[in-house]
Design a binder for this molecule. Structure first.
Ligand SMILES: O=P(O)(O)OC[C@H]1O[C@@H](O)[C@H](O)[C@@H](O)[C@@H]1O
Length: 299
């Protein structure tokens, strides 16, 4: 199945490439959405939103200036889609971290301009034959994105195998901040988390989440929205069907070991929505799971 050709794209949607958009050395295809509401860029690799700039505003997302854009390698920044598992696979730790799909090419199957001026894109991908020996399930994923003055991202994951499939996932948002010191995440007060910097010990967060050093926390069964406040903006992250919230920033020491982060670690915080750990899903044969995350301006 092929991508839509350029003539099939609706007004305000066009193809471009990562070199033209971000000056990258690798040249990977991207889709640009440019409307009265916003300008957004989505990579076909990973169906990964890389930039979302509301009219008159600044980018809500962070993209590493050292991001690589080659198949088989994760793009650092934007909103990677981590599927069909989140992080280290708990059943088979030797599998690639964050699943197969963030570094594969997806197909753009629909680009629609809606009556209110929003644009909807639909990307699709299926499990690859070559992965079956490592992860013996067949599945399809549809990622629908609606770009207006908010950014909505909906995932539908279908299990087309004859057996129940273990599923975990994350929509791994890298949110741009101007100074980590001023970044505060609220909406998690009183919730327990698994501390990934301390052998996944279960701990309690009191008050707001701040960023002093490495933070890598998994909050399960969250029923609240998160609010991310920095010196220059307030964003809300909400979700349905994605009750796990992961909050991550590597801090200075770990960032030094990451070629595509380095001293840029203070420019983002990740507030991700998905299902993982206790929220992992047993997806029955023939069943599907739908999850939606929305990023919006908070009052
Ligand atoms: O470097 P990667 O594979 O993109 O992962 C980035 C981070 O992703 C976060 O979601 C995890 O909680 C972290 O443990 C991880 O380091």
């Amino acid at each position: 199945m092929n991508n839509l050709n350029a003539a099939e794209l609706c007004q305000g949607v066009s193809y471009s490439n990562s070199t033209a958009e971000f000056g990258s050395a690798d040249n990977a295809p991207v889709v640009v959405v440019d409307t009265a509401y916003c300008r957004a860029v989505v990579s076909l690799l990973g169906a990964q939103v890389l930039s979302f700039i509301p009219r008159g505003g600044r980018d809500w997302l962070w993209l590493s200036p050292r991001a690589r854009f080659t198949e088989g390698q994760a793009i650092r920044g934007g909103i990677p889609l981590c599927l069909p598992w989140f992080g280290v696979n708990r059943h088979q730790p030797g599998l690639p971290k964050h699943g197969f799909l963030r570094s594969r090419e997806w197909q753009l199957r629909a680009a629609e301009c809606m009556a209110d001026g929003a644009v909807r894109l639909r990307f699709e991908i299926s499990s690859a034959e070559g992965e079956f020996t490592q992860f013996p399930w067949r599945y399809q994923v549809v990622a629908e994105m609606v770009f207006s003055d908010t950014l909505r991202l909906q995932l539908t994951i279908s299990n087309s195998s004859a057996t129940t499939m273990p599923l975990s996932f994350a929509m791994h948002s890298y949110l741009a901040v101007h100074g980590l010191d001023s970044a505060v995440v609220s909406g998690l007060d009183g919730q327990h988390f698994l501390d990934n910097t301390d052998e996944l010990r279960r701990k309690l967060l009191r008050g707001e989440q701040r960023f002093e050093g490495e933070v890598d926390r998994v909050f399960e069964g969250v029923r609240t929205d998160q609010r991310i406040e920095t010196s220059e903006r307030r964003l809300r992250v909400s979700g349905t069907g994605c009750d796990t919230v992961i909050v991550w920033n590597p801090g200075a020491v770990l960032a030094r070991t990451m070629a595509d982060v380095g001293d840029s670690y203070g420019q983002y915080v990740c507030v991700e929505r998905g299902r993982a750990f206790a929220d992992e899903i047993e997806l029955d044969a023939g069943a599907e799971w739908r999850a939606e995350m929305c990023l919006s301006q908070a009052p």
